[in-house]
Design a protein around this ligand. Structure first.
Ligand code: 5CA
Length: 445
């Protein structure tokens, strides 16, 4: 993408309404525009990151054997009357009446609708286990929408629902989600710690929230610092192997880590003092096992191997897709701007032309741009007629992890400069080698 042909409305001033760094940088980098309290347009740069995050979520769900579909944002109120949640949900639910005076709502979550789909088509244990998920916009009329996409009213969520014949199988689905979430967050450059939590309006017996530590987080969390050292890494987990998946979950949930709702002071005090941590965190996901809460009230039954008819065992599992942009920025920035991890960056690399209009420099930038594209890497090429300082400031603000700087002096020596946004370290090398390095860096992402 050539910057002169792109739409990147960066702001020079800090927007007064933004209280936290991620909100400030998302506005300044021209990623989002607020349309109403807690409702945003996704401008091209923000949209690219959102799509990238969605893609990682899809890949990891499919790897875990889960099936994508798409349910609508608007739902009939009657479905929610069946589960009893139409009245329980209260003012957070946006209620709408259509021209036929039918009561509708903008979905805050989809337990009822997915249960309805299931009961319409599945009646035998032979079709189980099954996990269906979608990535769709939700609406919750939050009392205090704030911090940009972090607590929006309209927000993008991945929500998945497992259907199993018995509790053991449903708990395996819960564990499978935990492992797939750990892998998802790690690919985004995040450490998200599963913490025992409270189930709130979704209900159920077992639930974990995934928290990214950040001073601006809305949740207070208590944990053993050793939990922050755990990494899933590249290990090969067989999602069908119950014991192996359960073992990974044990590894990540044995050390003390809880939100304030489930905090137990006695257990916490048993941790060696130097490892006892109280901090704040951003909730980027939550998984729930709730058994037959929805299937029993909505008549979603399956016939088991011995011929009896039982309500199907379920759980639901959510990732805050749009919130993740805020969480990643909170975890990865400096005073010049965002520092995107390679896994989610809107462009893999930026090209800065230090002397736009100079025939040699322009040609070298064009050649570099095309060579990167030929390797599958779309660079953001700053081809504006601007001072070098302004170009660097824009690149630093929007946070591309790598920058290639091309100027007449370097070209005279046959080199360009490759700079890491994270470390600030620059290296001179021939343009071909810079392309090779970028290809190597992204090969493992
Ligand atoms: N049905 C279940 C799981 S599928 C559910 O709705 N879970 S949830 O309420 O925990 O939401 C899932 C995730 O969505 C949360 O962990 C959080 O990351 C994100 N989320 C929730 N509310 C908001 C909001 N107002 N703005 C942005 N993200 C939100």
């Amino acid at each position: 993408m050539r910057l002169t042909r792109y739409f990147l409305p960066v702001l020079k001033e800090n927007p007064a309404e933004a209280q936290i760094v991620s909100h400030r940088y998302m506005l300044r980098a021209g990623m989002i525009k607020q349309q109403a309290a807690g409702i945003y347009s996704w401008l091209p740069l923000g949209y690219r990151v959102l799509k990238r995050i969605e893609e990682i979520v899809h890949q990891e769900q499919i790897r875990a054997g889960h099936i994508p579909l798409l349910m609508p944002t608007l739902q009939p109120a009657d479905l929610w009357r069946e589960s009893g949640r139409y009245d329980d949900y209260g003012q957070e639910m946006l209620r709408i009446t259509d021209r036929q005076k039918r009561e509708m709502l903008y979905g805050p979550t989809n337990e009822e609708m997915i249960t309805d789909i299931f009961r319409s088509h599945v009646s035998s244990y032979k079709d189980l286990p099954m996990t269906l998920y979608h990535i769709q916009w939700k609406f919750r009329d939050e009392m205090r929408p704030r911090f940009g996409v972090m607590r929006g009213r309209e927000f993008l969520m991945k929500d998945g629902y497992n259907f199993d014949v018995d509790k053991a199988s449903a708990l395996h689905a819960y564990n499978r989600h935990m492992v797939s979430y750990l892998r998802t967050y790690e690919r985004m450059g995040l450490t998200a710690i599963p913490m025992r939590a409270d189930s709130g309006p979704i209900g159920g017996e077992d639930t974990h929230e995934f928290l990214v530590l950040a001073e601006t987080g809305e949740s207070e969390v208590f944990f053993d610092s050793a939990v922050t050292e755990l990494k899933l890494g590249q290990r090969d987990v067989d999602y069908d192997n119950r014991e192996q998946v359960a073992e990974v979950c044990r590894e990540f949930t044995t050390l003390y880590a809880r939100t304030d709702e489930t905090h137990d002071a006695a257990l916490f005090d048993a941790i060696p003092a130097e490892r006892r941590k109280v901090a704040r965190g951003i909730e980027v996901g939550q998984i729930f096992y709730f058994g037959t809460k929805y299937s029993a009230s909505m008549g979603a039954n399956v016939v088991t191997a011995d011929g009896s008819k039982v309500p199907v065992e379920m759980g639901s599992h959510g990732i805050g897709v749009s919130r993740l942009l805020g969480a990643i920025i909170e975890a990865s920035h400096d005073d010049k701007g965002i520092i995107w991890p390679e896994g989610v960056t809107p462009f893999p690399v930026g090209i800065v032309n230090l002397k736009q209009g100079d025939a040699g420099t322009d040609a070298a930038c064009e050649a570099l741009y095309k060579a990167l594209a030929a390797r599958g890497h779309e660079a953001l090429y700053d081809d504006r007629d601007e001072r070098a300082g302004a170009k660097f400031a824009t690149m630093d603000l929007i946070g591309l992890p790598w920058r290639i700087t091309v100027g007449p002096r370097g070209l005279a020596n046959g080199v360009v400069e490759l700079t890491s946004r994270r470390t600030g370290v620059s290296e001179e090398m021939p343009a071909d080698s810079a392309v090779e390095r970028i290809a190597q860096i992204y090969a493992g992402v």
